[in-house]
Design a protein around this ligand. Sequence first.
Ligand code: AMP
Ligand code: TRP
Length: 334
Amino acid sequence: MNKKIFSGVQPTGNLHLGNYLGAIKNFVELNKDENNNCVFCVVDLHAITVKQDPKELRDNIRETVATFVACGINPEKSIIFNQSAVPAHSEAAWILSCVARMGWLNRMTQFKEKAGKDKEKASIGLYSYPVLMAADILLYDATHVPVGEDQKQHLELCRDIAQKFNNDYSVEDFLKVPDPLIQKEFSRIMSLKDGTKKMSKSELSDLSRINLTDSEDLIVNKIKKAKTDPLPLPSDSKELETRPEAKNLLGIYSSLNNFTLDQTINEFSGKNFSEFKEKLSQVLVEKINPVANEIKKLNKENEYLDKILLDGQKKANEYASNKLKKIHEIVGFL
Ligand code: AMP
Ligand code: TRP
């Protein structure tokens, strides 16, 4: 079966190793398969659910495209566009927000985390964010959505919305219920400073993450300073359950090399962190350096990046506005 792949990344700067190993690496693999139709969206409407500086946002939209290309996504073989350039996303999100239930959204853990203690002050957009995400996916009849673990709940909501819409309007199978594609291992890369917290763009300390634009020196330094524990590396994966930092670093090494966790454990069992960290830095530099150089090069080529977005927008707009037209008919708009 041909797969229709859709995924989105927020243009909020500092794309990091978590984004790469959790999502973008998978995009690249899926994009290589000629049987897949891939759509990758720079979700700028999602980005403004929290405050953004307009100039930085513009730069970050282009840098996200640069990162996709630098990581190996082929713009000739996929559609790359920014969400705000295709108005159907906002319109479909409104219609779907009349299908989604408050009770469903109230369960979203990401909103609770991002809104923090003072929920009254969070934007309405932050709350209804997953409905817009559902619109993104459903407008393209996506069959598969590659994301990191943190997006699993949002995808379940998307499935619920699709099913309820189809039921409410008696249009069986009109909105396609998508499957998440979440990697079995290493789908959640943790902070280098705290193995219980997700590696994140918004974490204040830059030492907590490896950015895809980091220089060799920075990478080596961040790995040197990464939190560990005093024990030697374990001989069996059970021991890692109580050692989140060791688990995370071994996971990163495995994922970069396409090894299983057990293979990596075998390689380093009984060794100390300093030896392991040297090897980890080496492989990180090997993988990230070419990407960082390419991003820096592409960042100077605005015309090229804008052309990718424009080409993508045309194709995306055609597909999405067609689907939206059908939604209008089903709902009963004239
Ligand atoms: P975002 O930057 O929040 O738009 O995320 C883009 C993609 O990266 C999504 O598929 C996320 O699930 C994934 N992602 C973000 N942070 C991590 C992380 N620490 N580990 C694994 N995947 C991640
Ligand atoms: N919410 C996703 C994130 O923060 C980004 C996103 C928006 C997305 N729309 C999407 C991911 C559609 C997959 C499909 O990571």
